[in-house]
Design a protein around this ligand. Structure first.
Ligand SMILES: [Zn+2]
Length: 129
């Protein structure tokens, strides 16, 4: 990332949003503003405003983080193998700007069986569908 982009994001994001999206820090469980958020609308990337997840696919996983069983159609997000912290996990990033969003696990509900475990700090909810 160039210095000018870094400066732009620092102005746009608060400290937690910056740490989560740029340094892949995980927010503490049950602290995020969207954990129990149930309104209808779209969750966009807090960095670049790309629509990433829909409230239609959000569910209560009990994990303490907003959880989705499907991302928005198309190439909104992509996954990267992450072997940090002594585990093999799959990191979920914004396909447009590479912001860190969270991780995806294979213990979600049907029909996908996937749980996209996403930091609230990576998301910006918009009341629209
Ligand atoms: Zn983005």
């Amino acid at each position: 990332m160039s210095n000018s982009e870094d400066k732009d994001l620092r102005g746009k994001l608060d400290d937690e949003q910056f740490e989560v999206t740029q340094n892949a820090v995980t927010e503490r469980a049950f602290t995020g503003k969207y954990v129990d958020h149930k309104a209808d609308g779209t969750y966009r990337c807090v960095c670049c405003d790309t629509p990433l997840f829909s409230s239609e696919h959000k569910y209560d996983s009990g994990s303490g983080w907003p959880s989705f069983w499907l991302p928005m159609a198309g190439e909104a997000v992509r996954t990267i193998k992450d072997s940090s912290h002594g585990m093999i996990r799959f990191e979920v990033v914004c396909n447009n700007c590479d912001a860190h969003l969270g991780h995806v696990f294979e213990d979600g509900p049907q029909p996908t069986g996937l749980r996209y475990c996403i930091n609230s700090a990576s998301l910006d909810f918009k009341d629209e569908t």
